[in-house]
Design a binder for this molecule. Structure first.
Ligand code: ADP
Length: 420
């Protein structure tokens, strides 16, 4: 069966965020890590290809995105969705504009929309201006982002600097008035020669009203919010089947390399609940080549009793002290390598088949070390963090990849309860 929706996401956790929204709206979804080598071997409604193209040079981002497009077309995708960050992370060089232009050219499409609106996550667009919570994008922390500082909240202007097509606006009056008004506005913009329209949306109702108006577009570009209104165009409604995964079994473990506030609280809560936990000291790991084996030997006898936690999670003062000794980059890379090797050992040799990984970069390293090529997306544990099912070598396992600040305080215990 051909897939309905083919999605191209410009980073890994953004891909999961989109996949999670599609599942909640009724689609069965697989997320692939990069562009797969062969054809899809799963029965799903949508595939999200996770790229790492947000901050690479524009020509690389275009090449990666076109490769993803060709693969998705080969799987029969009826509509293409280009997913970027809900803070529209980009520079005048790209990559949102150049990738959108290249996808439109390849699809022979003369009109698409662009909106990072994601009201559930406090990202709203009004009169073409993006708000992060109560602040204009340009007044938010994004103005100081190291790679993609966002100093202008006017998305029509921001996108116009990145594309050779004319950029226009479908403003809130049309979106609030619903399908007919949105269609009329699209027709008017097309007649004016506009190729890409920023869309206002301040609520999920706006996004749900927008959905039907997008039915005939070959390409949609957006954050993950627009996804909630698309499955209905394919006759799909929210259902538990969309999130169904094979039954879970096997040993349970958590590997945490995130030092974010939420994760610190989750580690604390897990220890307070009496869970078996092993802290990793980066300085000791740097000295001891057998550190990974020692952790695996610690974990082995404890896994039969319940989930075990291995963590390098530390507070800012501890992290700074480690970075001062090892260097910022080397400290991060060392912990990512170490935790990834531990995750691989837990799965390959210790029977772990239910794994929670905390940390965005840590998740990327673990997925790579486990040799995971694609994830079937299941039910969400907390907003933005679903359980997934994946093949890792010859093991099949359930895995949840939690980016730093996501998840409630009891996430590390509740995750396994949700799965059971
Ligand atoms: P988050 O999603 O919270 O940002 P990441 O995994 O993306 O988490 O990033 C955390 C970074 O900090 C990783 O590079 C990780 O290897 C590194 N790290 C983890 N523990 C420590 C520690 N104790 N000291 C220094 N760096 C650490």
């Amino acid at each position: 069966m051909p897939i309905a929706l083919g999605c191209i996401a410009d980073d890994f956790t953004g891909a999961t965020d989109l996949a999670n929204n599609l599942v909640r709206a009724g689609m069965r979804v697989v997320q692939t890590i990069g562009v797969p080598d062969g054809p899809l071997d799963a029965q799903v409604d949508a595939v999200v290809v996770a790229l790492k193209s947000r901050t690479v040079p524009a020509a690389d981002a275009v090449a990666q995105s076109l490769a993803a497009l060709r693969w998705l077309q080969a799987q029969g995708a009826a509509q293409i969705y280009f997913k970027y960050c809900s803070t529209f992370d980009s520079t005048p060089d790209g990559n949102i504009g150049p990738v959108t232009d290249a996808l439109m050219d390849a699809l022979g499409c003369d009109f698409t929309i662009a909106t990072p609106a994601f009201p559930d996550n406090q990202r709203t667009v009004f009169k073409g201006h993006l708000f992060v919570g109560d602040l204009l994008l340009s007044d938010s922390g994004m103005k100081d982002h190291p790679l993609t500082p966002m100093t202008d909240a006017n998305l029509v202007r921001v996108l116009q600097a990145q594309t050779r097509r004319r950029v226009g606006l479908i403003d809130h009056r049309a979106v609030a008035a619903g399908g007919g008004a949105i269609a009329a506005r699209i027709a008017a913009l097309r007649a004016e020669g506009v190729g890409i329209a920023i869309v206002d949306a301040v609520s999920n109702d706006d996004l749900l009203r927008l959905g039907p108006a997008l039915r005939d577009l070959a390409l949609v570009t957006a954050g993950s919010g627009v996804a909630i209104g698309l499955p209905a165009n394919f006759g799909l409604a929210p259902s538990p089947q969309a999130a169904a995964l094979p039954p879970a079994a096997g040993r349970r473990a958590i590997v945490s390399g995130s030092c974010s506030n939420a994760t610190q609280g989750q580690v604390q809560a897990f220890i307070e609940s009496g869970g078996a936990a092993h802290a990793i000291d980066p300085l000791q790991v740097a000295r001891d080549p057998a550190a990974v084996e020692a952790v695996l030997a610690w974990a082995a006898p404890r896994l039969a009793q319940g989930p075990v936690l291995v963590y390098s999670t530390a507070d800012p003062a501890q992290v700074r002290a480690v970075q001062a000794q090892l260097g910022v980059h080397e400290a991060g890379a060392l912990m990512e390598r170490t935790l990834a090797a531990i995750a691989r050992g837990l799965v390959a040799d210790a029977g772990v088949r239910q794994l929670v990984v905390a940390g965005g970069e840590t998740s990327g390293a673990c997925v790579q070390a486990l040799g995971i090529a694609q994830l079937q997306i299941g039910a969400q544990i907390d907003p933005g963090v679903p359980w997934c099912h994946a093949r890792a070598g010859h093991a099949a396992l359930h895995i949840a990849l939690k980016s730093g600040n996501f998840g409630g305080r009891d996430f590390f215990t509740r995750a396994f309860e949700v799965l059971a």
